[in-house]
Design a protein around this ligand. Structure first.
Ligand code: NA7
Length: 552
């Protein structure tokens, strides 16, 4: 099926657990599911290997209370099937984990994907055989899949960052990770809960944990810029309008910098205003604060680009924290400073700061004395011991490179991807790497990925890979791989585009830069020129005969 003109050599397996397909896909999240559907449509055989017990990737794993997408539901959904778009009904402006998990399960059923998905199957090695030009994928169960092509749909935020705190195993209570939240009942009612981490996961779960806990202690190392989502039920008229014009909306998504049209009525998505804050009077700034609350910090044309303007925006933000949190000292401790708005991925919340006004919530400001050790009964910090029943780690991910580097990918000459990336990831277009022919990454480092709507990015990458496989088949090529020059140029270009922005400011430490993982090289991982510019480049390269790739 893979190559009508020039059948590729098939491997003969004595072992019955071995399977040979055209494409092996690692991961059954949004990218892997669509890849399976799309490659099947193109006439390729494919199998998906998934470590989790269900489909949905991020939305399978991150089932902590309050887990919610920060992109509106209408935007954060597949555009490949008009029937799917028409039949699926979203209930909220920003979809929660449960609804998203339901959506991806519906997709798996509706398109009969499950028969080619192996759940609970962690990949242990991905190895290229240069003589046969095939990839071999080994699983934890001892299964072996061989394929001409390998697509790593492993997700940019899939490997949890578990801080190596002394005494971690000593704790006699329950330890949970937000991104590995147990399915089913975890009784938190009346418990003393310690939450470590105040990024998106920690911020989202804080109000939910506070609502059930006997007492919630939030261990904060760095205060967060977070904006109210104003989430609520999705206006049926907005949904109907999208259903009437999905094709147009999907086109507009690909023309929008972040893959989001902004036409869902979600206030958070509205762009900055036209007026520079540097030219605004104090009265005008305060008037904006009255009108837009936390959003006043970003409602100016220059906050995203000018450091002085950014600091003025941050002042408005901190003024709003003081208005929201009743205890002035607590407000001060919760106020982010020392790094610009926009350095880290913006967080959106529901009643985050308000939650700290509750009697059963205590902020443990780690800047006043950090975590020293986990004990049998709680957490010992430089400011005393906190007795706990449950510790929740909301400590983030080894982003963008974590899964790819860990999985054990070996290409030509047995070179490990982990070693090839020792000084930072090197890709061509975030799609392929030198030395790893016929292996593709979806939303890999060097692509817009986490800076844009992940569903739109996933569809765009999967469609590019599908067209590439069909091109190879049609022209009798067996392998595709970037040239070292093209990859070098792309890496340099990605670095250049990231320079001089809030994302790479010297005071910025974010997971975009790998700064959250000890020892990880400081490299800005995604491509910052925006989705339309990226798509234009990719299309020019493709129509130019796959410039920068070697097809053989
Ligand atoms: P993030 O955004 O990486 O946040 C992790 C949080 O955990 C952050 O507040 C960290 O503080 C904190 N952290 C990490 N290690 C420690 C230790 N050792 N001690 C105390 N605190 C620690 O991860 P999320 O899961 O919240 O969000 C990731 C993305 O998922 C998010 O951007 C959305 O796109 C969805 P720090 O700031 O490093 O001082």
């Amino acid at each position: 099926m893979s190559s009508p003109r020039r059948p590729r050599p098939r491997v003969h397996h004595e072992d019955e657990s071995a399977v040979d397909v055209d494409v092996v896909i690692v991961g059954a999240g949004m990218a892997g599911l669509y890849a399976l559907y799309h490659f099947r449509e193109l006439g390729f055989s494919a199998v998906v290997l998934e470590a989790g017990g269900g489909v949905g990737g991020t939305w399978y794993w991150n089932r902590y209370p309050g887990a919610r997408c920060d992109v509106p539901s209408l935007e954060y959904s597949y555009g490949f099937s008009e029937e799917l778009q028409q039949e699926w009904e979203w209930s909220e402006v920003f979809p929660g984990q449960e609804e998203l998990e339901g959506y991806f399960n519906h997709v798996a059923d509706r398109f009969d994907l499950r028969r080619d998905i192996r759940l609970n199957t962690r990949v242990t090695a991905v190895t290229f055989d240069e003589d046969e030009e095939i990839w071999t994928v080994d699983t934890e169960h001892g299964d072996r899949i061989t394929a001409q092509f390998c697509v790593m749909a492993t997700g940019p935020l899939s490997v949890p960052n578990v801080p190596d705190l002394p005494g971690r195993d000593a704790f006699r209570g329950r330890v949970v990770q937000t991104s590995r939240w147990p399915q089913g009942e975890l009784d938190l009612a009346g418990k003393r809960i310690g939450l470590i981490g105040t990024g998106s996961s920690g911020v989202q779960t804080t109000p939910e944990l506070a609502a059930v806990a006997g007492h919630l202690y939030v261990f904060q190392r760095t205060p967060t810029f977070t904006w109210p989502s104003r989430n609520g039920p999705l206006d049926p008229e907005v949904q109907e309008a999208w259903k009437r014009g999905y094709a147009e909306m999907r086109r507009r998504q690909r023309e929008a910098f972040g893959g989001v049209t902004g036409s869902t009525g979600a206030i958070i998505i509205q762009g900055p205003g036209d007026k520079p804050i540097l030219e605004a009077t104090e009265e005008e700034r305060l008037a904006m604060l009255e009108e837009r609350g936390f959003d006043a910090s970003r409602a100016w044309s220059d906050v995203a680009t000018n450091p002085d303007a950014n600091e003025l925006g941050a002042d408005l933000y901190r003024a709003m924290v003081r208005r929201t949190v009743t205890d002035p000292e607590l407000a001060e401790a919760l106020s982010p400073s020392g790094f610009p708005i926009g350095c880290k991925r913006p967080v959106i919340d529901s009643n985050y700061f308000e939650t700290f006004n509750r009697d059963n919530v205590t902020l443990v400001d780690l800047q006043q004395g950090g975590i020293e050790t986990i004990t049998e009964t709680g957490i010992q910090t430089g400011q005393g011991h906190f007795d706990l029943d449950v510790i929740v780690f909301a400590t983030g991910f080894d982003a963008m490179t974590g899964a790819l580097a860990r999985i054990g990918i070996h290409g030509r000459d047995g070179v490990a991807l982990r070693d090839a990336w020792a000084n930072g990831p090197r890709t061509y277009l975030g799609l392929q790497m030198v030395g790893f022919p016929n292996l593709f990454t979806v939303s890999g480092p060097g692509s817009p990925s986490v800076l844009a709507n992940m569903v739109v990015c996933s569809e765009q990458h999967v469609e590019w890979i599908g067209a590439c496989l069909a091109h190879l088949r049609e022209h009798g090529f067996t392998t595709i791989e970037p040239t070292p020059e093209a990859q070098d140029d792309w890496v340099e270009h990605v670095n250049e585009v990231g320079q001089g922005t809030m994302y790479t400011a010297p005071t910025c430490n974010s997971w975009y830069l790998g700064a959250n993982i000890p020892g990880k090289p400081r490299v800005f991982l995604p491509y910052l020129a925006g989705l339309p510019a990226y798509i234009e480049k990719v299309e020019a390269i493709t129509s130019g005969g796959y410039e920068g790739f070697t097809l053989s």
